[in-house]
Design a protein around this ligand. Structure first.
Ligand code: LLP
Length: 425
């Protein structure tokens, strides 16, 4: 990504900023459609909507034949509002929505019971509980095979320190629990962290084959989980999706031979489908020197994009000059946000180490763009410092449409109440 740009998804950044204000997330529909097409070899693409769950994006996924994963009652609600139906409308015999979690909270029990949503259980307790409120429920078991992988310690989802999934040695016990509870355990799922590499993946596939043989003929579906990486840095290569599929497909074939019938192969990406489709556009509001360091201060912080502050994640950064002038030579810059917190820095590494980035010499009023912000960007935004959630725009056929309006203070404050005796003077 060049450090100086004028357009995103074919549209003038300055014109968009003047019309919609900053900060905003801009998604390019064509990129999402391209990523979906790259995974079409899988029988089912199940979008892990936690990555970005705007109902416009979910509707786009549905139109492109992608079903969804939901990790909360709220995500079930989003899926329903985007037109998904639990019984399956997108592909024959495939549930539109699957609920994945390590526990049921009260809202989830209500939503699953009401809408009959199949469940991917992450704890043995869930099997017994599910049998009570949804007898006969179709169930897949999310297994922790005993090892894991992730782009940071916080995104590693396997091994003995992970809270996710059913420990692999408890598989037989869970099959027994399923029989006792009267639910239909028909599938296995493994999501082993975000940022999978192939050597590791082969290990995961091996663990899946072993587990599938234990389940036997009742097995109908396996899910490879998500975790397909994207090149956040310019020098990182793209994942070979065909090789990724080939590994899983050969595991599936081995499983089919063992269980004696066809087995559906699902993949459950979040990041891969949306990360690269979206940029976060901010405006530089102050440029200051702190001793020898130069800071560009922009109007979005970790309230809007938390990944750098939370994981030390890297996002490419570009500048767009506001008035069409040519930008100056590159210099070392720290990029930080408006929050009243020293960790509110976009150029930082894991552990909170602040670093600089080479960026063109800019002026107050120029736009600063954080790329690849489509996954875990808007979805992880907060109202910290009582700042409004940013506008989200979707570009389709050269036209940007608002898919989430900027929040208002009334939205933010609507559920707060002042006790009577504290009102007035
Ligand atoms: N399936 C399950 C069960 C998951 O827990 C996740 C992610 C996914 C699929 C999708 O993973 P993906 O394909 O997006 O890597 N907030 C972090 C990532 C947390 C991932 C949590 N689970 C980040 O910003 O990198």
């Amino acid at each position: 990504m060049p450090s100086s740009i004028r357009t995103l998804a074919g549209l003038e950044i300055a014109a968009l900023a003047e019309k919609h204000g900053t900060p905003f997330f801009l998604y390019d529909r064509a990129v999402i459609e391209q990523r979906v097409s790259e995974l079409k070899a899988f029988d089912v693409i199940r979008y892990a909507q936690k990555a970005s769950s705007n109902i416009a994006l979910l509707s786009l996924m549905r139109k492109r034949g992608v079903v969804v994963d939901a990790v909360s009652a709220g995500e079930i609600e989003r899926a329903l509002r985007a037109g998904y139906r639990p019984e399956g409308t997108v592909a024959p015999g495939v549930p539109d929505i699957v609920f994945t979690a390590d526990l049921f909270d009260a809202d989830a029990v209500e939503a699953i019971r009401t809408h009959r949503v199949p469940v991917n259980v992450g704890s043995p307790d869930m099997i017994t509980q599910l049998g009570k409120f949804f007898p006969g429920a179709p169930v897949t078991l999310r297994l922790n095979p005993g090892f894991g992988h992730g782009h940071s310690r916080k995104t590693n989802t396997g091994g003995e320190w992970s809270k996710h999934g059913i420990w692999h040695t408890q598989l037989e016990e869970c099959l027994r629990l399923g029989l006792e509870a009267g639910v239909k355990i028909h599938g296995l799922h493994m999501h082993i962290g975000s940022g999978t590499d192939f050597e590791h993946l082969a290990q995961v596939c091996g663990a899946m084959v072993r587990a599938a043989k234990t389940v036997g003929p009742q097995l109908e579906v396996i899910s490879a989980g998500g975790g397909l990486p994207i090149p956040y840095k310019k020098n990182q290569g793209r994942i070979d999706t065909a090789a990724y599929y080939a590994l899983w497909d050969s595991a599936r074939k081995e499983i089919e031979a063992a269980v004696g019938h066809a087995v559906r192969l699902e993949v459950e990406p979040g990041r891969y489908l949306v990360a690269e489709s979206c940029a976060l556009v901010t405006q530089i509001r102050s440029i200051k020197k702190v001793d020898g360091n130069l800071f560009y201060l922009v109007d979005a912080g970790f309230d809007t994009l938390v990944r750098p502050a939370m994981y030390g994640s890297y996002h490419e950064i570009s500048i767009c000059a506001a008035g069409g002038r040519t930008l100056g030579a590159e210099q070392d810059v720290v990029v930080a946000g408006p929050l009243c917190e020293s960790g509110d820095v976009f150029t930082q590494e894991e552990g909170g180490v602040v670093v600089t980035r080479k960026l063109p010499e800019a002026q107050v009023g120029d736009y600063l763009i954080l790329h690849d912000a489509g996954a875990y960007g808007a979805a992880m935004s907060s109202n910290y410092n009582t700042r409004k959630l940013a506008t989200e725009l979707l570009v389709s056929n050269g036209k940007a449409e608002v898919i989430r309006e900027r929040q208002t203070y009334d939205h933010i404050l609507q559920f707060e109440r002042i006790p009577e005796d504290l009102k007035g003077n």
